[in-house]
Design a protein around this ligand. Sequence first.
Ligand code: FAD
Length: 247
Amino acid sequence: MDVRLLEATDDPERVVCIGARNDYSSGFVGEQSFAETMATVEGDTIEEKKRTLIGHLLDHGHFGPFEHPQATFAVEGVSRSCMAQLTRHRHVSFDVQSMRYVAFDEVDPAEVREGAMVVTPPSATDPDWVGRNQRGGAADEEVVEKREQVFRESVVGSVESYQELLDTGMPPEDARFVLPIGTEVNMVFSMNVRMLMHVADMRAAADSQWEIRELTEEILDLAAEWCPLTFAHYDEHMKGRKNRLAP
Ligand SMILES: Cc1cc2nc3c(=O)[nH]c(=O)nc-3n(C[C@H](O)[C@H](O)[C@H](O)COP(=O)(O)OP(=O)(O)OC[C@H]3O[C@@H](n4cnc5c(N)ncnc54)[C@H](O)[C@@H]3O)c2cc1C
């Protein structure tokens, strides 16, 4: 999978701070300088003041100001299973590559056998892979070889059947019914910082599935560059805790 940050609100933590300070200021934040808006916040520099305020907001569950900054990500090559999980989050906006317009009619089945077009779960090839609820691990080499063989034959068979159906003139939106749920898809999606933390609460958790967890960790790495104070605080004080952002 390849995850990129496409676009994001400029200076997002300034926006968060202005939103939050608005709630407790008698002056109009639209007319003040940022320094004036932050004047009563503890800290010697603007950066320290921002850190103080953002930490305070997150510690006290004042999450509204984190809805102002928005980021748009692009991901290439996740499974449709992963897509189904991410698209359950109702405050994220999506564009999903269409299987109606993107037909995999020229994909070489030999390449599919090597891992193209369909995501291969690590448990298909790694004898030591431990899945959710501690299932798997310490499998015999022979068992894993068999697993991989069954997996590869199944996906290659599906792709060949799909291509045969297209050759008979079946519309791609119907022929795709035979493709596996592991078929790769590209997406563009946008969300605000509050939602990003909520998705991380649910999808970076240990009981989440490996693929969406990997995607979420990549998103978190990009978010940490974009909103460093917020995600440093999230990482240190909030990630993995039981009382999540939303129930
Ligand atoms: C480990 C794991 C296993 C899962 N297994 C399954 C499964 O087997 N089957 C299945 O169907 N789903 C499953 N899910 C999906 C899960 O139930 C949620 O639907 C999904 O994670 C979306 O998150 P959310 O409910 O927080 O809603 P989001 O859409 O992310 O919304 C964020 C928050 O907004 C509030 N909210 C949004 N919409 C409403 C609403 N209509 N009413 C009230 N409050 C609302 C809630 O507080 C919610 O937490 C699983 C999720 C995880 C992490």
